[in-house]
Design a binder for this molecule. Structure first.
Ligand SMILES: NC(=O)c1ccc[n+]([C@@H]2O[C@H](COP(=O)([O-])OP(=O)(O)OC[C@H]3O[C@@H](n4cnc5c(N)ncnc54)[C@H](OP(=O)(O)O)[C@@H]3O)[C@@H](O)[C@H]2O)c1
Length: 236
């Protein structure tokens, strides 16, 4: 579970733990990990890793297999967003989004496959409603998420032969993490809140349940899909 120390990733880790899974939580820093550890002391571990670093990701997958005895599900959730109009966006900010969101997703799949090839598994990549919607200032973030969706579809085709299913989750605006931070800006929020068909932002727990579904046997024939969890989102 990459990026599992706060926001959406924390909620997904918690949902998998509630289902009885053993979970290796990862991020560069431990964040709120102790909250999970105190609730699930026996089935919850933390291993620091930077998803943009190939060696770090390989060490994470190996440490997971060693500690938990195998690797059944990978949730490639770690991501960053740096807003800015193209003419103002620093190349370093662009790089951070590409290397964390897109390269990080690729590196997680690449490092997971050797540990899943013999028995199958599930990979869930993290997209966003922004993958297919246009917003000023979000060119870099949207481009990485659109690329993650195509990477997911291609991965599903390549890895199906090993019994590895690969899908993406596409949340709208949620009440924690990046979405939660949007809600702190009254002016921005006034514009966004009109767009929700259900009249509210999503709860991270609601998106987490969709991740649990994708990992479960109930989704055994779902492969190469992008599952929207956005409550019905209208976008100009
Ligand atoms: N929240 C929403 O409304 C929403 C909506 C749609 C999609 N998403 C997607 O959901 C995912 C999680 O977002 P969030 O809202 O929960 O964001 P967040 O609260 O900022 O959490 C991001 C997580 O990713 C980790 N991370 C960042 N860079 C990393 C790196 N290079 N290597 C390893 N871990 C890294 C962070 O920990 P460290 O900084 O300690 O590494 C943290 O645990 C992202 O992919 C985001 O695009 C979120």
């Amino acid at each position: 579970m990459t990026g599992g120390t706060r926001g959406l990733g924390f909620a997904i880790a918690k949902a998998f733990l509630a289902e009885g899974a053993s979970v290796m939580v990862s991020a560069r820093t431990a964040g709120d990990f102790q909250l999970l550890k105190s609730e699930y002391p026996d089935r919850c571990l933390f291993h620091p890793a930077d998803v943009a670093d190939p060696n770090s990701v390989e060490r994470l997958m190996a440490a997971t297999v060693e500690a938990l005895g195998g690797l059944d599900v990978v949730v490639a959730n770690a991501g960053v967003s740096c807003d800015g109009r193209i003419e103002d966006l620093e190349p370093a900010a662009w790089d951070a989004m590409v290397t964390t969101n897109l390269t990080g997703t690729f590196l997680c799949t690449r490092a997971a496959v050797p540990h899943m090839r013999d028995h199958g598994g599930v990979i869930i990549n993290m997209s966003s409603s922004m993958a297919s919607r246009i917003a000023v200032g979000a060119a870099g973030y949207s481009a990485t998420k659109a690329a993650i969706e195509m990477f997911t579809r291609t991965s599903a085709i390549e890895l199906g032969q090993y019994g590895i299913r690969v899908n993406a989750l596409s949340p709208g605006i949620l009440d924690a993490g990046m979405g939660g931070r949007l809600a702190e800006n009254d002016r921005v929020w006034a514009a966004y809140r009109k767009r929700f068909a259900l009249g509210r932002a999503g709860r991270v727990g609601e998106a987490a349940q969709a991740a649990v579904f994708l990992a479960s046997a109930d989704a055994s024939y779902v492969n190469g899909a992008v599952l929207d969890v956005n409550g019905g989102l209208m976008w100009a």
